[in-house]
Design a binder for this molecule. Sequence first.
Ligand code: THU
Length: 133
Amino acid sequence: MDLETLYKEAARAAQSAYAPYSRFRVGAALLAEDGSLHTGANVENRSYGLTVCAERSAVFSAVSKGKRRFTALAIAALDSDYPVGPCGACRQVLSEFMDKDAPVYFGGKDGRRESASIGELLPFDSLYDLAAR
Ligand code: THU
């Protein structure tokens, strides 16, 4: 599956975002090693710090279904004027299940797209040697 198709799946998932506080809807689409697709959306909470980003929603959903390795990720920030990359916490979680050269493709509503590998997004990854691989 090409990255633009994966992006469309992320944009579709973003429509399920629960974001009544920020009004900032985000969707993520993960491609698993076996070709299966897994999506997630951000889920906010009135206790703001409990919010879970779209990227972690997608990872936790896929891992809960037994998937362990992902080859690409797309992130659609529907309400952003510019492409939005994953937050620091999500970069750490993603790095557990994606190779360093796996592409992360992200965009906002301006139509621009950015792409960076997990290794670029999380250089000098801490605890890499501890990773259960
Ligand atoms: N958010 C994501 O879901 N992913 C990102 O990459 C950036 C931020 C969510 C968290 C919160 O619900 C809203 O966007 C505003 O920060």
